[in-house]
Design a protein around this ligand. Structure first.
Ligand SMILES: [Zn+2]
Length: 272
């Protein structure tokens, strides 16, 4: 075993421990007759790139459904052509142009003082461009997970099937919401792989949370950003999905399927 990789022998030992603890937790799910549900979202696509090819190759090799959150601000024809034969891919709307227009530390496309109609107009224009892509579903993924105060209302106004942001376990919303929870990358000081031990520990924590709350079918969302992966992130992603495909302890579902069964507040019914 090399001392020059993964933080030396101590690093390998800690990573092995994480795998072991994860297996132990999966054993508790098996004993309860349950199987965790996972889904996979990748953000920021605009065009075909070698990185997108690599992402799609990993999805196909492991037969894992993939939701691509696409920014609808340029010419999407090349991307449409590239995705034409990709049966495992769902395309959803990642904002309108991924430009930060908020002031202060929190980033977001829509300043929170913007009126509902202004947000709706922008979102509709973005969806109109995106709708022609193969596998497109009218689902909104706000950049930087920024939730404009009018966003839930606009989603309903514009007929969105769902939306996806960050870290809620079983969100109740008028329009169904399915979030991501496990980020493959860390961002402070430049994007890079979060580390195998940290990702596995996060997954274990999410499983424990759901098991203890009895939320057996609350999905866990894996979040990737193909344009920002370093080599360790790519290698882990491929290995993790291959491990999952081989051992069968996790169920990977597509986003449209999850949205159809997501808990959501019933639309108000008109009496009389
Ligand atoms: Zn983004």
């Amino acid at each position: 075993m090399s001392r020059h990789r993964g933080g030396g022998v101590g690093g390998w030992f800690r990573t092995d421990m994480r795998w072991m603890l994860l297996q132990q937790e999966l054993g508790r799910w098996r004993k309860a007759g349950r199987k965790p549900t996972l889904w996979w979202r990748d953000d920021d696509a605009r065009a075909p790139t070698p990185e997108l090819d690599r992402l799609l190759a990993i999805a196909n090799a492991n037969r894992t459904p993939l939701t691509l959150a696409v920014i609808p601000d340029g010419d999407l024809a090349a991307l449409a052509a590239r995705l034409g034969s990709e049966a495992l891919v769902t395309v959803v709307q990642h904002g309108v142009d991924h430009q930060n227009r908020r002031e202060g530390p929190a980033a977001g496309e829509f300043p929170h003082a913007w009126m509902r109609i202004r947000v709706a107009t922008q979102m509709r224009a973005g969806w109109t461009k995106l709708a022609a892509l193969p596998g497109a579903a009218q689902v909104f993924v706000p950049p930087w997970n920024d939730i404009h105060p009018e966003l839930p209302a606009v989603l309903a106004d514009c007929g969105y099937l769902g939306w996806s942001a960050w870290d809620e376990t079983a969100p109740m919303a008028k329009v169904p919401r399915v979030d991501a929870h496990m980020d493959l990358l860390r961002w402070r000081g430049g994007a890079r792989f979060r580390g195998e031990g940290r990702v596995l520990e996060r997954l274990r924590e999410l499983l424990v949370e759901r098991r203890q709350a009895g939320l057996w079918s609350a999905p866990i969302g894996l979040l990737t950003h193909h344009l920002d992966h370093d080599e360790p992130a790519w290698r882990f992603l491929d290995r993790f999905l291959a491990w999952s495909a081989a051992n069968g302890d996790l169920t990977w579902r597509g986003l449209p399927d999850l949205l159809a069964s997501a808990p959501h507040a019933a639309p108000a019914t008109v009496e009389g």
